[in-house]
Design a binder for this molecule. Structure first.
Ligand code: GLN
Length: 189
């Protein structure tokens, strides 16, 4: 089935997601302004990595936050990576702000500290198998709510999960050559 996927393209590593989706033969629409949310149909949305505070601020300034939240709360399939995961979390344990607050997870930002801020390795992802994972000043999930499925655990920390229409990873699958997590997201739609 040919799906159309929106990619939030206001800050961060959105271009790499667009390239991966195109490699998978998916039609992509860049979401940069509120009108792109309102005037287009898309079957799913990717929220990329970047800086969650900056993205949250821009979403408010562009008057997109409430509209985006409405779409997600109404069931739009969404895949958030890294900062995208932080934006989707209902609770951020080390930040007073929350943003889209759509998924029942508690998240710690910059959870690996400065020294171990960035690392990569091959780890298991439920339903997929062993895949490369790149972490850049990554968050991890400290706790999950009812109905949330843990998809990947690295060093005892949850780094990927799904609740209904929402998929999140604290790593960056778009920065590896491995298309499997994007394919997994497309298959969920
Ligand atoms: N450290 C960033 C934040 O707190 C996330 C990093 C990333 O997206 N690679 O938003």
């Amino acid at each position: 089935m040919n799906r159309k996927i929106g990619v939030l393209a206001i800050q961060g590593a959105f271009y790499e997601h667009i390239q991966m989706l195109r490699e998978l033969g998916t039609e992509v629409i860049e979401i940069r302004q509120k009108k792109h949310l309102l005037n287009n149909h898309f079957d799913g949305l990717i929220i990329p990595g970047g800086e969650s505070t900056v993205m949250g601020k821009l979403l408010r300034e562009l008057d997109m936050l409430a509209e985006l939240k409405k779409l997600i709360d109404n069931g739009l399939p969404v895949f958030g990576t890294c900062a995208g995961l932080i934006l989707l979390a209902k609770n951020i344990t080390n930040d007073k702000d929350k943003h889209l607050a759509a998924m029942d997870i508690s998240v710690k930002r910059n959870a690996y500290g400065r020294q171990l801020g960035s690392f990569q390795g091959n780890y298991d992802f439920k339903h997929i198998g062993r895949i490369p994972m790149v972490f850049i000043r990554a968050p991890y999930i400290e706790s999950i709510g009812v109905g949330t499925e843990v998809l990947a655990v690295v060093d005892n920390n949850i780094v990927a999960a799904r609740q209904n229409n929402i998929l999140v990873t604290s790593f960056h699958p778009e920065l590896t050559g491995d298309l499997s997590v994007h394919k997994y997201f497309l298959d969920l739609i």
